[in-house]
Design a protein around this ligand. Sequence first.
Ligand SMILES: Nc1ncnc2c1ncn2[C@@H]1O[C@H](COP(=O)(O)OP(=O)(O)OP(=O)(O)O)[C@@H](O)[C@H]1O
Ligand SMILES: [Mg+2]
Length: 223
Amino acid sequence: MSIISLKNISKVYSSKYLSVTALHEINIELDKGSMIAIMGPSGSGKSTLMNVIGLLDRPSSGEIIIDGENVNLDMPDRKIASLRSDRIGFVFQSFNLLPKLSAMENVLMPLQYANNKPKNPTGVARELLGKVGLSERERHIPNQLSGGEKQRVAIARALINNPSIILADEPTGNLDTKSGGDVMNILKELQAEGKTVIIVTHDQKIADQCEKTIELLDGHVKS
Ligand SMILES: Nc1ncnc2c1ncn2[C@@H]1O[C@H](COP(=O)(O)OP(=O)(O)OP(=O)(O)O)[C@@H](O)[C@H]1O
Ligand SMILES: [Mg+2]
């Protein structure tokens, strides 16, 4: 069963002086519970595609179905934000943690925008920090964590709303081999639990650990 379906998706960035077509009529079907790599040279449209799938940015044309929901181009922002918050967890290359908040507080952040809050948010966050091996680091702020630990906090944060889809844009790009391996193992564990995991990467070794690779070139799907 497809959890993500993109039909003829195009994205054109246009301003007064220029127009860039970052995605050209992309068609993609991704199975629920799969782990997919997105590869391609710089500027080929990988982040644009992730932003469209993650409902952070609207396509210029085409149709998106995420987890059974048809995301119309004219859907109000509020509805899109709510879908995003329920269904999608994000992990970024540069972690994007809030520097003044502890690991625990960072993990709790997305609940501010959540529709369904757990009864015991701290308990859930504590469990997630345990799952990524950081029970002993709850009170540390990002400056007091290693790169690999920061990324594991970011993964715990991505999980707080129990999303069905995890989108990771170069999650190991700033990490050494060992920490990158730890992050990949956690992502694989999430897949084993039934989540759909999509990873943008430049690293063939990471793509080799995924079931499928989508290769982009100049905004087209190459294979
Ligand atoms: N906001 C924007 N306005 C105009 N053009 C944009 C914008 N964002 C991206 N682009 C252009 O769209 C194309 C695709 O960019 P995108 O960021 O998706 O590439 P990428 O594959 O993620 O590259 P990288 O590997 O360097 O991260 C590029 O040509 C880029 O210059
Ligand atoms: Mg990018």
